[in-house]
Design a protein around this ligand. Sequence first.
Ligand code: NA7
Length: 532
Amino acid sequence: IAGDERQTLDAVVVGAGAGGLYALLRLKREGRTVRLFEAGSEVGGTWYWNNYPGARVDVPSLEYSYSFDRALQQEWVWPERYSAQPQLQAYFSHVADRYGLRDQITFETKVVSAEFDESRSLWKVRTDGGEVVWARFFIVATGPLSEPIFPKIEGMSTFKGTSVHTGRWKTDGADVAHKRVGVIGTGSSGAQIAPELAKTARKLHLLQRTPAYSVPSQNKVLDAQEIAHLKSNYDAIREHARANRSALGIDVNDVGAFEVSEDERQRIFEERWQYGGLGFTAAFGDLYLDVDANKTAADFVRQKIREIVEDADVADRLMPDTLIGAKRLCVDNGYFQMFNRDNVELVDLRENPLLAIDETGIVTAQGHIDLDVIVYATGFDAFTGSILKIDIRGRGGKELKAVWDSGPRTYLGLCVAGFPNMFIVNGPGSPAGLANMVTLAETEVDWIVDCIQSIDRQGKSEIEAIQEKQDCWGRTLNEMAEQTIYPLANSWYVGANVPGKPRNFMSHLDYPEYVRSCRASAESGYADFRVE
Ligand code: NA7
């Protein structure tokens, strides 16, 4: 026991991405004893693991960055509108150095279990290195898109070439120069990596199961004048973004798609397309609310595909026939243009199903594709995958896995009934996945740390979500989602990308409203929680 006591910390944080790093920073500033465990060998989270060629953020970098320190945001230079992975990695590394965070981080170490000891109101946290630490608070910041998923394809393991998942490029990365490459998947990762690999590969086969909507990023190098202008308006930029449902600095046009003439509608879509980025689907206020309105945007993108892709048959096969934006919209740097290259071939798995993988490549209904490299751009077990990899047990030894059996349930996306003193950053039930993840991480961590401080000031030892409040939160999320087109798609937002995963819309759709709920809870002295 004495040895255990020496190890008792205020908090354990899991994950050194945007959320975990900021949690460590804030807790340190409050004079708390903290340790952070990180599976990778560096900080950065998503931007550590997803270092595949072409990896780039789809939110402008000046926004996709911390706002807590004006000096940091003024001094740090983002050279491009949308930063590539190396810049993002460098940024988080700089943050770790600048605020002296490294001493509290244990790298290359996974947390394997966390168990709440009711008699002592402490979390017992065990790592894969066999270390056990005790902490009053357990903060899970493992990321909503961090647990890669591989499809189950017969013969996969027999492939003698290189197999690599985009989300594990760090460890498994492949050299594709002059090689024959197959890319499986047409989500954001596939749409980013394929054009980049095609530049050096001998041949690239893009294996498409569902055609994707993608809009150009119109990424560019920012010149000194532009950077100076943006930085002199930083407060206004942040404020504008925070008023947006997704905490993104996009201009939402509140007008309905059918409130303007056909010509005007096309003009507005064209303007948004030329500007680039996720603001495309904010062209009209009802694109996420009304299926017919949505179709006008979808038609516009289909027309663009027709114009960009020279081979009409290939263009036809690339045409999505779903709703636009119901699955995460891809933001690309030459995705559709890539199909005009002689060394790129589209394999449409709907008419030519993928049957198996063998030692030398992929077997489809129409024959064998010889490959040296297979890239799995097949996505992630979103929201819950990385959390449930940890054996988390709350009050009465109850497993989180069992409690979330039919889908993740949280209160404010931050806490779970039955799991006192546990907090999740960017977890299910928060606007994670849809909102600017750095902004959201700051919002949530500030709430968590303020909460911890308040508990102590009140002389209390435990805070726990109340079941009825949690149920009510879940209903609110569903009601919000049902007014939109989101539940209509088979996306990772609803868990449909993982076979057998229960279908739940897992995100909160309105960042400002979410902030109001969190603030109201704090202002009430956490009256909506059990505090003891
Ligand atoms: P996504 O968006 O989940 O995309 C995964 C892609 O992989 C998608 O096109 C899937 O097709 C495809 N996939 C998955 N399994 C298979 C099999 N068995 N055969 C063929 N194709 C398959 O993951 P990303 O990594 O691209 O992006 C995740 C998020 O990260 C993104 O939304 C951004 O927010 C950042 P499907 O559509 O299911 O038919």
